[in-house]
Design a protein around this ligand. Structure first.
Ligand code: DX5
Ligand code: ZN
Length: 225
C-alpha cells in the first residue's frame, strides 16, 4: 500500500541496522514505503564513505521496490553501468560532481534507468535548468550531504517551492524529490512547498520507535496537511 497516491516516501538505509539489512528493508516494505533510497558516498564529493554497487545488488535481491540510488561521488559517469547492473531503477547524480551533466544524464537514460539530478544547498537551481527536460527527477538537498541525522536547513523550503515552479514550467513529468532532515514534524512543510518524493532516513530507521510506527507517523503528518 502506498503512503499516498501522489506523495511517495522512501527510507534511506544509511541509519538502518546493517547487521540485519534484509530484515530492515522488509520492515519498510511492510510499512508501506514506496521506494528504497541508497546513499553512495566516496569520501571525496562528501566527507563520508558508505557503499557501492555490491550493496545495491544485495538490496535488489531483498525487495521488488524501486531502488533510488543517490550518487554522492565525483565523476559519477565512471560508474553508471555498474549501478544499473546492480539493479538501480533511478540514478541521481550531483550537478556539482559531473562536468558534462547532459551527457551523464543521457547515458543513465540510455542504460534504462531514470536520470535524476541533484543540487547541494549552496548550488542555485540555475545549475540544472538546462538539463531539466531530460530528467526524471530533481533532488533538492535539504542538508549538506554526507551524513544521516542532520537537521533540515529551513531556508531551503523556498528553494523547493522555486524548484516546483521551474518543473511545472519546463518539465511537468519530472518528479521533485527532497532529502535530508525530513521527519514527521516537518514533512507537511516540504509537501506544501511542492515536493512529491520524500527521502526519510533517521526518522524511519532509529532506536526510538519501530519502522512501522515511524512510517505511520509520517503518513498521518502528510494527511494532516
Ligand atoms: C545525506 C543523504 C540522505 C540522508 C537522509 O547525505 O543523502 O539521504 O541519509 O537521512 P536523514 O533523513 O536522517 O537526514
Ligand atoms: Zn540521499
Amino acid at each position: 500500500m502506498s503512503i499516498s497516491s501522489t506523495i511517495q516516501v522512501g527510507p534511506s538505509i544509511l541509519t538502518a541496522d546493517w547487521r540485519q539489512l534484509g530484515a530492515e528493508i522488509q520492515r519498510a516494505e511492510e510499512a508501506g514505503v514506496d521506494f528504497i533510497h541508497l546513499d553512495v558516498m566516496d569520501g571525496r564529493f562528501v566527507p563520508n564513505i558508505s557503499f557501492g554497487p555490491l550493496v545495491v545488488s544485495a538490496v535488489r535481491q531483498a525487495t521488488q521496490l524501486p531502488l533510488d540510488v543517490h550518487l554522492m561521488i565525483e565523476a559519477p559517469e565512471r560508474y553508471l553501468e555498474e549501478f544499473v547492473q546492480a539493479g538501480a531503477d533511478r540514478i541521481t547524480v550531483h550537478a556539482e560532481a559531473s562536468l558534462h551533466l547532459h551527457r551523464t544524464l543521457s547515458r543513465i537514460e540510455e542504460l534504462g534507468a531514470m536520470p535524476g539530478v541533484s543540487v547541494v544547498p549552496s548550488t542555485p537551481l540555475s545549475a540544472i535548468s538546462e538539463v531539466l527536460t531530460i530528467c526524471g527527477q530533481l533532488l533538492v538537498m535539504l542538508v549538506n550531504p554526507g551524513f544521516g541525522g542532520q537537521a533540515m536547513i529551513p531556508e531551503l523550503l523556498d528553494k523547493v517551492a522555486r524548484a516546483r515552479g521551474l518543473i511545472d514550467a519546463v518539465n511537468p513529468h519530472c518528479l521533485l524529490e527532497v532529502d535530508g532532515g525530513v521527519k514527521a514534524e516537518n514533512i507537511g512543510s516540504v509537501v506544501a512547498a511542492g515536493a512529491e518524493t520524500i527521502v526519510v532516513g533517521s526518522a524511519i530507521y532509529n532506536d526510538r520507535q519501530s519502522v512501522a510506527e515511524s512510517v505511520s507517523l509520517l503518513r498521518q503528518a502528510i494527511e494532516k496537511n
